[in-house]
Design a protein around this ligand. Structure first.
Ligand SMILES: C[S@@+](CC[C@H](N)C(=O)[O-])C[C@H]1O[C@@H](n2cnc3c(N)ncnc32)[C@H](O)[C@@H]1O
Length: 381
């Protein structure tokens, strides 16, 4: 694991993905939740000093920037730090910003989160957990937030370190082997974080690669989260396409809009970072990552859109998108989907009877495959 003293020297490639997800997501999320007209509480439970030594922004400044521009005067941002040095650096940064909506507090996030929970009423709540390892992400710490009253908006975003899961979850050599106390404790810690010991079967399955194990474990973990908040998704965080996954950044929310927004935020952050890492120093480095996606990932979208319309005729463009995001999370951007639907319409592959002001299709347009639309129109005449 990266040493505490090293981490904030300069921003690492994988931290760019985490920070880009926040930077894309928060402004739109904040504009949306502002319409609920409740105070917005943003908690950065593992805040760090606010800035890297190379001057680049850490999560406290990213949160501040989004909140200050979108919901000024309507929010409180709480930054927690266990280490006094980080707390002190953050306090001086906050003093320069001179904004009473920012509250850095020193202490262990596990304890502070409990204190804050007692004070919460109907506020709109966003909690960000970005520890170095997995300590502090115990499910018992999250559960009271996940169980908040359904009437109030609650969202969690957390980063789960992957190498540590392998390190803590070592397999006994034999079934009857008596494990040393330290290994027993590590296993217990994993079960407390992941909310069950399902990880053992997955981690100890010899037929899976380390990455496959991580993907399956995170899928099961999201199922645990979805027992409380129905929408959850994850993005791998790594330095490049062939590098190991360092973290999974995972969100959960009660609102399906969060899933659509996070799909975009995570897809953009990941694609941009992988494009940068893959083509650095090559002729392709200057090309727009979105353009490159057009020629690769987006190719598949044709078939997927047509398949979904065929499966369930006559839903709106937005409804099909929700279904596609649900089953293909993080694979496509909403702009790619909209362009593809329009292209299929222009080519005469799909039709829409919905009257609209503009020629271009919109989210409310009901869609049919062309042959089904013809049959539908004939039946009406
Ligand atoms: C991965 S860094 C967070 C980086 C930060 N999100 C950013 O973007 O700048 C984790 C931070 O949490 C702090 N920390 C570690 N354990 C903690 C705990 N139990 N409670 C609060 N802070 C803790 C560390 O000192 C470190 O500053």
């Amino acid at each position: 694991m990266v040493k505490e003293s090293e981490f904030f020297k300069s921003k690492k490639a994988w931290s760019e993905i985490k920070d880009d997800v926040l930077s894309y997501y928060l402004p739109i999320y904040l504009s949306k939740v502002a319409t609920l007209r409740k105070e917005i509480v943003l908690i950065d439970a593992f805040a760090g000093p606010g800035k890297y030594e190379d001057g680049r922004w850490g999560s406290p400044l990213i949160i501040y920037n989004a909140a200050h521009t979108r919901v000024q005067g309507k929010y409180l941002a709480i930054f927690m730090n266990k280490y006094k040095n980080h707390h002190r650096t953050l306090v001086s940064l906050v003093e320069q910003l001179n904004d009473s909506s920012l509250l850095p507090i020193p202490g262990e996030s596990q304890t502070l989160l409990q204190v804050i929970l007692q004070k919460l009423r109907d506020q709109t709540l966003f909690v960000y957990l970005d520890p170095f390892g997995i300590k502090g992400c115990e499910f018992a710490t999250l559960r009271p937030f996940l169980e908040r009253d359904k009437r109030y908006s609650t969202e969690l975003v957390l980063n789960m370190n992957m190498p540590i899961i392998h390190r803590l979850g070592g397999k006994p050599q034999r079934k009857d082997e008596k494990l040393p106390g330290i290994t027993v404790n590590w296993h217990k810690r994993l079960s407390l974080v992941l909310n069950g010991d399902y990880w053992k079967e997955i981690l100890w399955d010899k037929s899976l690669s380390p990455e496959q194990k991580e993907i399956v474990i995170m899928g099961r973990y999201r199922e645990e989260l979805r027992k409380y908040l129905p929408y959850a998704g994850s993005c791998p965080v790594r330095a490049g396409p062939r590098q190991r996954i360092k973290y999974f950044i995972t969100f959960c929310s009660r609102h399906e809009d969060a899933q659509l927004l996070m799909n975009n935020a995570m897809c953009m952050a990941y694609s941009k970072a992988m494009h940068g890492a893959e083509y650095a120093g090559t002729l392709f480095a200057g090309l727009d990552w979105k353009e490159m996606r057009q020629s690769r990932e987006v190719k598949e979208l044709d078939g997927i859109v047509l398949e979904y319309i065929k499966r369930e005729l006559g839903l709106t463009r937005l409804d099909y998108w929700k279904r596609i995001v649900d089953t293909h999370f993080m694979r496509f951007l909403d702009s790619e989907y909209k362009d593809k639907v329009q292209e299929l319409y222009d080519k005469g592959r799909i039709d829409s009877p919905t009257s609209r002001r503009k020629k271009r299709l919109n989210d409310n347009c009901v869609l049919y495959l062309r042959e089904d639309a013809d049959a539908h129109n004939q039946a009406r005449t």
